[in-house]
Design a protein around this ligand. Structure first.
Ligand code: HEM
Length: 208
């Protein structure tokens, strides 16, 4: 029996949606895994993904929402193109960043879902990611490079050289750990951080 490719695509997009639903209750730790791997793969991406852990998590959730809603990707093509333009013009994203981002995303999925993230599901994620990325990349490729260059320097607010000079993630993590240990040991100060996870705060501003 011949399989209708459109049905396969729809099935794959639904699988991705289900997968995101499964991860949703653990979104913060999943987001951390993603950024840890992303910045391990390319430390310079810290200049693109700026902000504290709360902002980073929000950005990550927005990205995942796109994959959750791609059931009718073709119908929302125009808005995905616009999103690609925003990425190039406002966020400092480049076409070469997409494979790194995908690698980090697949890594986080593998870590989080373990054996449930089997080869077939990985192939499905690859396909859905590539379908969305292709539309964004097409729109990005059309943009006048002069316009992009004018905007990127404003986005660079992380001194990668300094980060590495002071000892990188390992040292900063120890500093954060000691700082928040002291805060959480002090009942008066702890009140200001009520409801916050010490673990998440320790990871904030780091490679996560
Ligand atoms: C298929 C891949 C991607 C999808 C679906 C995606 C989706 C999104 C969405 C929906 C947002 C929320 C803001 C908006 O709608 O414009 C966002 C924000 C962002 N994305 Fe992406 N993105 C992708 C790839 C990338 C890549 C490759 C980079 C660069 C390495 C990137 C960097 C960012 C940044 C920095 C923001 C936050 C912008 C801000 O609020 O300042 N994204 N992304």
């Amino acid at each position: 029996m011949e399989v209708n490719p459109a049905l396969v695509t729809t099935k794959n997009r639904l699988l991705v949606k289900l997968c995101i639903g499964e991860i949703s209750p653990h979104i913060d730790s999943f987001s951390q895994l993603f950024y840890q791997e992303l910045f391990r793969l390319d430390i310079h991406l810290k200049t693109v993904f700026s902000g504290n852990v709360v902002f980073l998590n929000r950005k990550f959730i927005s990205m995942l929402a796109t994959f959750k809603n791609v059931k009718h990707l073709e119908a929302i093509e125009e808005s995905v193109e616009k999103m690609g333009e925003r990425h190039a013009l406002q966020y400092g994203a480049q076409i070469k960043h997409f494979p790194t981002l995908k690698q980090a995303l697949l890594f986080a999925l593998k870590k989080k879902l373990g054996e449930r993230f089997h080869a077939e599901l990985e192939a499905v994620w690859n396909e859905v990611f590539d379908d969305v990325a292709a539309i964004m990349e097409r729109a990005m490729a059309r943009i006048d490079p002069e316009k992009i260059r004018q905007i990127i320097p404003d986005k660079i607010n992380c001194d990668v050289g300094l980060y590495e000079e002071v000892g990188g993630e390992a040292i900063i993590h120890r500093v954060h750990q000691r700082f928040y240990d002291a805060i959480f040991d002090e009942p008066w100060l702890e009140k200001f951080f009520y409801g916050k996870s010490k673990e998440v705060l320790v990871g904030s501003g780091l490679n996560l």
